[in-house]
Design a protein around this ligand. Structure first.
Ligand code: KG4
Ligand code: ZN
Length: 350
């Protein structure tokens, strides 16, 4: 099926957000999200069973609200897209089951898409058609990747990624060390803005020696996180007050130095004029500032969608579906299931 302005429903249920959006071509008609984060916060992490149940309860109301917002009757849609992975299996299963029921009832094609690539795809709805070729920096609680994109529907190549913790995960862990509420990322970000980023020099992973070349586009944040933990332990042992703002500032500086230096390097190496950023960690204020500054110096454009499109949402899945339909990619076979580890090399389920 090829269609220049397909009307697509996007369904996202990879983690704690239930998202449903309607997109026509490259235009977002409506986008609704329900989140179960409040139910997880007191446990200090996402509880998969709670997330799955919340998806079950939220799916129909979210679909109805989104369809109403878009002014769409379901039989009008051309295709349905659902996040097939990566994510929590139980959560994914709820969204996929709902999407399959809709596809069957409406007699429409169904695409099981990679939600991580969707974090980039959504930018088309905000900033317009993509350039011929660009670098994608995907940073979230579970992912930190650099990809080379020639066509978001058919050609996405992973250049590198984190060898251990994702950027958001590292922030959440440092938040835990400093006893912030969960997730710690936004709290560490806020504290970092009140400290001197150069007062403590924490190590940058894979930034020197042989590693620098062997892992040209990879990240590693676990050594940094351990360095922060040791620093705090030493202060505690000495009975000294913990300067949380200074620690956060030095830590954030180290994470964002790696992310931005490697994103710019990837763009220059591959003659891309544009870096597109996606994922919940792109809310980080220092990432935004440092990337803007370094990209400008290197003559690169940065496309960074507003925050509501950076966290998991239905619009990113609908955007993927629309791109796939427009590229003439065949729908997924009806028997695909969730893939919690769906690789970046796979844009869509066969
Ligand atoms: O993409 P996302 O909503 O979901 C996951 O993939 O988990 O990203 C959430 C992650 C969490 O780790 C959260 O702490 C982090 O992004 N995050 C931040 C900020 N806002 C969200 N990390 C640092 N600074 C922020 N301002
Ligand atoms: Zn995500």
């Amino acid at each position: 099926m090829t269609h220049s302005e397909p009307l697509v429903i996007g369904i996202e249920s990879t983690c704690d957000e239930t998202g449903v959006a309607f997109v026509k071509g490259g235009t977002l008609l409506a986008d609704r999200t329900a989140s179960s984060m409040d139910e997880h916060a007191r446990y200090g992490g996402i509880i998969p069973e709670i997330a799955s149940r919340a998806h079950l309860e939220s799916f129909l109301p979210t679909l109805e609200a989104s369809a109403r917002g878009a002014g769409v009757d379901l039989p009008q849609v051309d295709a349905i897209a659902v996040a097939a992975g990566p994510g929590l299996v139980g959560s994914l299963t709820v969204g996929i089951s709902a999407a399959k029921a809709l596809a069957l009832a409406l007699g429409k094609p169904l695409y099981g898409v990679n939600h991580v690539i969707g974090h980039l795809a959504v930018d088309e709805l905000v900033d317009g058609p993509f350039p011929q070729r660009f670098i994608g920096l995907i940073v979230s609680g579970g992912h930190s990747h650099l990809v080379l994109v020639d066509d978001i529907a058919t050609s996405v190549r992973e250049l590198g990624g984190t060898l251990d913790d994702a950027a958001g995960e590292a922030f959440d862990k440092v938040g835990r060390l400093l006893h912030t509420p969960y997730p710690g990322g936004p709290h560490v970000d806020r504290m970092a803005n009140e400290g001197d980023p150069n007062a403590i020099r924490f190590p940058r992973g894979l930034a020197a020696g042989k590693d620098k070349e062997r892992h040209r586009y990879d990240f590693s944040f676990s050594g940094l996180k351990t360095a922060v933990a040791r620093y705090i332990e030493a202060l505690e042992a000495a009975g000294t007050d913990i300067p949380a703002e200074t620690i956060c500032a030095g830590f954030s500086q180290a994470v964002n130095d790696s992310l931005t230096a490697k994103a710019v390097r990837a763009a220059l190496d591959h003659e891309c004029g544009t870096i597109v950023v996606g994922g919940g960690f792109s809310a980080n204020s220092q990432l935004r500032a440092m990337l803007a500054e370094r990209a400008e110096k290197a003559g690169l454009e940065v496309r960074l969608p507003p925050l509501r499109f950076c966290t998991d949402n239905g619009a990113q899945i609908a955007a993927m579906g629309s791109a796939l339909v427009r590229a003439g990619v065949a729908p997924s076979s009806p028997d695909f299931g969730p893939d919690s580890q769906m690789p970046l090399s796979q844009v869509v389920m066969p």
